[in-house]
Structures are given as C-alpha cells and as structure tokens.
Design a protein around this ligand. Sequence first.
Ligand code: KG4
Ligand code: ZN
Length: 338
Amino acid sequence: MRVLGIETSCDETGIAIYDSERGIVADVLYSQIALHERYGGVVPELASRDHIRKTLPLIETVLEKADLKASDLNGIAYTAGPGLVGALLVGALLGRSIAYGLNIPAIGVHHMEGHLLAALLESPKPTVPFLALLVSGGHTLLIEVAALGVYRVLGQSIDDAVGEAFDKTAKLLGLAYPGGPALAQLAQKGDAKRFQFPRPMTDRAHLDFSFSGLKTHAMVTYKHLLAKGEDTEQSRADIAAAFQEAAIDTLVIKCKRALAQTGLKQLVVAGGVSANRLLRERLGEQTDIDVFFPRLEYCTDNGAMIAYAGCLRLQNGEGVGLTVGVKPRWPLDELAAI
Ligand code: KG4
Ligand code: ZN
C-alpha cells in the first residue's frame, strides 16, 4: 500500500510517500522559519496562507522524486490535530479532496501519534509494550504504549511544554526563532555549573511536568546579570547551559521513574526536542533499558511520520468516510487501537 502523508499542523509543510513494502520512498519538507522569524514566533494566519501556497507543489515534487503518478497512491493521510486550526484545515481539505478525486481513502492522523510511530521507521525498532516520552513545542507527554493506538497518559506538562520553555528562554537570551536548537548550540559554550537551576516537580512521586518555572528562573538570573552589567556572550551561554541541563535532567528523572513504576524496559523518545543532543546522550547512557529515537530529520515535524501512521490505520480498515474534521485539541488516549 502506498500512502501520501501531508503535515501542516504548524510552521512546516511536510509531504512524504510511505510504501508498506519499501518504506519511505520520498520525503520533502518546507520550513516557514524565514516567514515567521521577524515576529519571534509563529503567526497562525501567515502559516495557513503559506501552507496553501506550498502543499500542492510539494505533492507534485514528492511524486516526481518517487517516480510515481497520483494514480499509484492507495491512500492519503493528513494531520488532523492537534495544531493550529487554519494550518490543519489546509492539509485536511486538500488531502480529503485529492483522495476523493482519486477514489481512494483518506485518514486524519494524530500529530503526536505520528511523532511516536516515527521511531518504528528505524531499525532496530521497539516492540510493544513500551514507554514513550513525547517532547515537542506543544506537548510533554509520558505515555504507556500497551499496543499501537492504545495510549495511557502517565504524565504531562501542567504549563509550558518543554520545547516551548526552550523557545521562550532562547528568546529571552536574544536568540532567533525557533529558539530550541539555537539555545542548545549556545549551551555548548557555557558552563552548566555556574548557575544552579531547579529540577521542577521531581520531589513528587507523580509523573507530571512543569517547565514555566525554569523559564522564569532563567529570566531572573539574566536580569540579575543585566543589573550588574555582566550581560556577556559567556554569561548567556552559562544560563543556556544551566537551563538545558535542568530541563534535560528533569526529563531523564521522570523517564526513569516511569520505567520503574511500569516495569517497562524500552523507551521511545520522539518529537522536536528529541533532536536535542544532551537528551540523546543522557538517555543513551542508560544501560538497563533500550532507548529508541527517530533519525534527526524525523524528530521534528515531517510528512514521513504522517504517511506511516496513516498507512497503519488505513491497513487497519479506518478512513472510509467523506467527513473532513480537524481537532486543534485532541487527547492522545482517545485514539482507537490499530
Ligand atoms: O515536533 P516539533 O517539530 O513541532 C511541534 O510539534 O511542536 O517540535 C518543535 C520544538 C520546538 O520547541 C523546538 O525549539 C524544539 O522542538 N527543538 C529543540 C531542538 N530541536 C527542536 N529543543 C531543544 N534542542 C533541540 N536540539
Ligand atoms: Zn510536532
């Protein structure tokens, strides 16, 4: 089965084709960074308009790259949520309409399930049951995956998602949007021990997260330096390093706790923040569990994960109706088993 995947939930237009026999056969990504940079964050209306401009030409490109015709497709998967409503509607309406024209099924995919399943595109891959840490700009989730599609949320952020905290702290330190990767880069030059940052909510047994306090801690530390006239590149790097160390350490502590509580021995880490080098290093050091990450380009938003997740669900007999719906908010545990 060949499935076209369309990802338009935020600021990236990602298009890919997954073939159930051959894997991902073509994959293209257009990032809107240049469009939003001057505003310091994603402007939803601009994002929607750019998806309208880019989606169809990128579908043509991906078909060309795969040396396929539209009539070679057997299904279309589009991100139906969570995400920006206008941006989601572009992918959903185009995906559903093209599928109608080709007389093939279309399916709306959950963006975070896409991230999670991206780890299964790798080899070796995890087998159910496993624990998943999903870390992106909008979510921080610890999930017990009993079977594909059967997700139990063990913990989540009660305020800022970890990626959001990276982005906001980066902005505070004068780094350009999107801040996460830039902050991680700056942190490499910093001394993580100069400032002591807290590990939020690690003194409690539950598995929820809170990252807004870390961001505030960075702000207070930075203002203190400004007041003393010590706003240097080195000081900013030291704050970035202390923030990153605290955020990553907190994620690692909670993962270990969730693994101990559930007895699971495999951990999948996915979503934009799973591209973070320190997180990959720290979790990779764990000897008593197997840790699985998607390759770097499938950590952040992409069409491949949507094509793959959609293919699994279409093979499962889902995606027959003509209704088009998007869900800007969509709890992961509402999904059906695959
Ligand atoms: O999954 P994703 O591409 O989009 C959402 O679904 O939100 O995740 C984007 C988030 C952003 O907050 C970005 O700053 C963060 O992932 N991110 C990183 C790194 N690469 C991306 N955060 C820390 N270190 C990185 N290397
Ligand atoms: Zn994402």
